[in-house]
Design a binder for this molecule. Structure first.
Ligand code: PLP
Length: 393
C-alpha cells in the first residue's frame, strides 16, 4: 500500500468533542465479541420497543409512497401536531410556523449554538451536563461558561452563580431539565428566578426538555412558560426518550420567529429533511395513546428505586434519588479510586459498563453515571458485581 499523505485537518475538527457513553459502548461490544458477558448501564436509551401503532404508521406511510424529500422545516401536519403538543404540555402558546423538525434533538443543539454564537461570545451551560453542549460551544468558537449543578441541592444551580455567569458577552444560556447525567429536575421556583435573570441579559435560551415526560416526583416546568421567554427560547423536545424511538431520529423545537429561517437553512444544508415516513410515525406518537410511554415510566421508577437503594448500600458510594430521566449519578469520592479508573475497572474486571462522571464536565469527576434503562434482573446482577469489585479494593 502506498504511504498515507500528510494532509491537513481543519482546526475546527479538533474542537469537536464526543460522547463518552459511545466510547464505553464500543469497548463493551469489543469485550462481548471476545465472549465476555457485559451488563450495559452506559447508554441512554429506553430498552423498550417502540409502541406498535407508531411503527405501523411508518409502514403505512412507506407503502403509500412517503419516501421522498419533503419540506426541510418538517411536514406541515407534524408541525401542527408538535405545536399543539408543546402548547398543551407546557401551558404556552405555540404557533405551528415556529416549530421545526430535525433528525433528533441533537441537530437543534448544534445548529442552535452555531446560529447564535461566535468567537468572543459566552455560553452558559450546565456542568455536569450532556457533553454535546460543550462540544458545540467550542466548535462555534464561543467560550463555554460552566454553571455548576450542586449535588447537595439535588443538582440544581445557584441563582447567585447564574447571576455571576451572565455578562454582557453571554449570547446563549443552555438549560436541561430533567437532566442528563444527574436525573435532577429543576424546581419551578428556580426556573422562574432564572428566567428573571436571563430576561435582563441579551442571551438566547436553549431549553433541552427531551426527558420532560420522564418525571417521578416534583413538577417539571419549562422556562418557555415564563414571561418574556418564548421570544428568546429554543424549546427542544424529541421522540427518542418518550416513545423509545432513539433510532428513528426525530426531534422538534419551538423556536423564536427570527430563528425559524436560519435554522431551516441549517437543515437544508445538512440533512435536507427528516424522512417523511418517520414524520408520519411522529404524528402517530404525538396524537396516539400514552399508555405504553406511561407504563415505561412506571417501570423506570421501580428500577430507579432498586438501583439507588442498592448503590447506597455499597461501601463508599452515596446516591441522590433522581426525580427524572433514567440515570443515577452516584458520588464515589469515598471509594478512593478516580472515577475514570473505577469505570474501567468495572467494565474490564466485572463486565459492568458505566460512564465516568468526568465525561460530563469538571463537576462530574467524583461520580459515575449509570443508566437504568435495563431490566431489574440485570440491575441486580450489576449491583452484585460492583459490590464484589468495591469489596476487593
Ligand atoms: N439532550 C439530552 C439531555 C440527551 O440526554 C440526549 C440523548 O442522550 C439528547 C439531547 C439527544 O437526543 P436525540 O436522540 O433526540 O438526538
Amino acid at each position: 500500500m502506498s504511504a498515507i499523505p500528510a494532509l491537513r485537518l481543519a482546526a475546527r475538527a479538533e474542537r469537536l468533542g464526543t460522547e463518552g457513553a459511545f466510547s464505553v459502548l464500543a469497548r463493551a461490544k469489543e469485550l462481548e465479541r471476545q465472549g465476555r458477558d457485559v451488563i450495559h448501564l452506559e447508554i441512554g436509551e429506553p430498552d423498550f420497543d417502540t409502541p406498535a401503532h407508531i411503527s405501523e404508521s411508518a409502514w403505512a406511510a412507506i407503502r403509500s409512497g412517503a419516501t421522498h424529500y419533503c419540506p426541510s422545516a418538517g411536514l406541515p401536519e407534524l408541525r401542527e401536531v408538535a405545536a399543539a403538543h408543546l402548547a398543551a404540555s407546557r401551558g404556552i402558546d405555540v404557533e405551528a410556523d415556529r416549530v421545526l423538525v430535525a433528525t433528533g434533538a441533537k441537530p437543534f443543539l448544534f445548529f442552535g449554538v452555531l446560529a447564535t454564537c461566535e468567537p468572543g461570545d459566552e455560553v452558559v451551560y450546565p456542568d455536569p451536563g450532556f457533553p454535546i453542549y460543550e462540544s458545540a460551544i467550542r466548535f462555534s468558537g464561543a467560550t463555554p461558561v460552566p454553571l455548576r449543578l450542586h449535588e447537595e441541592a439535588d443538582f440544581s444551580f445557584s441563582l447567585e452563580e447564574l447571576d455571576r455567569a451572565l455578562t454582557p458577552r453571554t449570547r446563549l444560556v443552555i438549560l436541561n431539565s430533567p437532566q442528563n447525567p444527574t436525573g435532577g429536575v429543576l424546581a419551578p421556583s428556580d426556573v422562574a428566578a432564572a428566567a428573571e435573570l436571563i430576561t435582563a441579559s441579551d442571551a438566547w435560551v436553549l431549553s433541552d426538555e427531551v426527558y420532560s415526560e420522564i418525571v417521578y416526583e416534583g413538577e417539571f416546568r419549562s422556562i418557555a412558560a415564563e414571561p418574556g421567554l418564548p421570544q428568546r427560547t429554543i424549546l427542544l423536545d424529541s421522540l427518542s426518550k418518550t416513545f423509545a424511538m432513539t433510532g428513528w431520529r426525530c426531534g422538534y423545537a419551538a423556536v423564536p420567529e427570527p430563528l425559524v429561517e436560519p435554522l431551516t437553512r441549517f437543515i437544508v444544508n445538512s440533512t435536507s429533511c427528516v424522512p417523511p415516513f418517520v414524520q408520519h410515525a411522529a404524528i402517530s406518537a404525538l396524537t396516539g395513546p400514552m399508555d405504553e410511554p406511561r407504563a415505561m415510566v412506571e417501570e423506570f421508577r421501580l428500577r430507579r428505586n432498586l438501583l439507588v437503594d442498592g448503590l447506597n448500600a455499597l461501601p463508599g458510594v452515596s446516591c441522590r434519588l433522581p426525580a427524572g430521566a433514567f440515570y443515577a449519578f452516584p458520588n464515589i469520592s469515598a471509594v478512593g479510586v478516580e472515577a475514570d479508573d473505577l469505570a474501567s475497572l468495572l467494565l474490564e474486571d466485572a463486565g459492568v459498563a458505566v460512564v465516568s462522571g468526568s465525561a460530563f464536565g469538571l463537576h462530574g469527576t467524583e461520580h459515575l453515571r449509570l443508566s437504568y434503562a435495563n431490566s431489574r434482573e440485570n440491575l441486580d446482577r450489576a449491583l452484585k458485581r460492583i459490590c464484589r469489585v468495591l469489596e476487593k479494593l
